[in-house]
Design a protein around this ligand. Sequence first.
Ligand code: NAD
Length: 541
Amino acid sequence: MTTTAERNDEQPPAAGGNATQAPESAALAPELAARLLRRVTLAPGEHASQPSYAPFTGELVGRVPVCTEVDVDAAVRLARAAQQKWVRTSAAHRRRIFLRYHDLVLDRQDEILDLVQLETGKARKSAFEELADVAIVSRYYAHTAARQLRPRRRWGALPGLTAATEYYHPKGVVGIIAPWNYPLTLPITDAIPALLAGNGVVLKPDSQTPFTALLGVNLLREAGLPEDLFQVITGAGRSIGTPMIDRVDYLMFTGSTATGRHIAAQCGQRLIGFSAELGGKNAMVVCADADLDKTVAGALRACFSNSGQLCISIERMFVEDAIYDEFVPRFTERVAAMALGAQRDYTAEMGSLITPTQLEAVAAHVDDAVAKGATVLTGGRRRPDIGPLFYEPTVLTGVTGDMDLAADETFGPVVSIYRVKDREEAVRRANDTDYGLNASVWSKDTAAGRELATRLQAGIVNVNEAYAAAWASTDAAMGGMKASGVGRRHGVEGIRKYTESQTVAVQRGLPMGAPPGMSEQTYAKVMTMSLRILKRTPFVP
Ligand code: NAD
């Protein structure tokens, strides 16, 4: 591997940080780096490498190879060969591997959390959410996959005569393209159902966070996943994404709506299935009867978890007039008191942004809004005294439609608050967006909250919670409406999408057409009578 050539997408952040806040060291330990890099699929030959930098300090984390089309080809071939054997393993065998993985992830949490924080600069509590999610999804699909994929008897065409059964066969090799914001949970939890359904996987993690993904895959190997079944290729999405889509049998994409559209077109050309989890401009509705203390605490998590770099983060808050003057000052005061920090412990409430690009995008949104007349209630400043990429949690009012952040996803710690007359106005304005990923509703009347939730155009809605209640209800589907996505993860949809359904119908006794000796005209009459009778028969699939 050469160490020059292609650079990462991002510039290194200028080193900085407060000595009392900065973590002890930045660079990945060489033994760990070497161990993880063995999991990257590389065809023989020289490879350029690309660096990634630690957001807390701006120091180099490590370098990963820049894979080429030849590597992608090798990865898909290896995964395909391994899948042929994997598909013949028993459900019980697969289940044991993923239950072991559940335990390994919990047991090795210090190592995992350190690496997630190193690569992302997030607060440890946000890193822990990722880890817990991996354990939850492992347990869930380990216990449910066999039931969700067992052959199902279906109602046949002619009751008693046609026996129809639906089978679920693995697609083959599933490609996964993942973003940087949740570098452990997004690639791994989307791979878990794909693997349990009998597929091989080829993963392309984000260039900023390759080592976390490699650690997640390495632990799967330790849990007993066959060598070669799960391949990882590293490098820029725009150069290895297309060769990957050209070779896999299904694509799971998580990332921006712009890239999602591009990838959807490529999958469409090949007529392969795909699922896309994309951006959001998520709304919270605070009803007049909301519990103030709980709502303030919930809103804090909703807007600033993972420094707002969370697809289901709240960026627009609609507060009913009757509670606005009480809620907004209390929320603002709590936001202003948030503890920012770069420690590898649980003391910080919010960590850093991830890259200089991300920091500039967030600052540009706020600056544009302020220049056009928005009011900053708190925040709105970079905090280089804590670390090079820190930005304060920011609350804005007076946001109007001509400001960039009114409609576009900021993907940072910035929320705009709007006063609304009543719930009707809140619903109308919450739905007035191209996106439809998450929403949050706060009301002491949970029945009314649930009713309001069903009128919001969002794939998940949390009542009296920020985002985690719906996300972590793994038995229920999660995904985006409108420009926030296509397809769903979690639940039965989250595993069946990785399969081809096949219907086998066995016909007994009479054929489906006129039996020998019966004219077509008589057959039509008999069928007409039968259909009238069937209409009155309760049809319970
Ligand atoms: P991005 O679209 O820029 O990148 C995501 C991934 O796609 C990366 O691995 C990147 O390398 C790859 N990629 C980029 N261009 C590609 C191409 N032409 N072909 C193939 N792959 C390509 O997104 P991002 O900025 O890294 O992530 C943030 C976005 O992701 C936000 O919009 C956020 O809302 C969204 N997101 C959505 C969910 C969800 O579940 N809906 C979860 C996390 C993030």
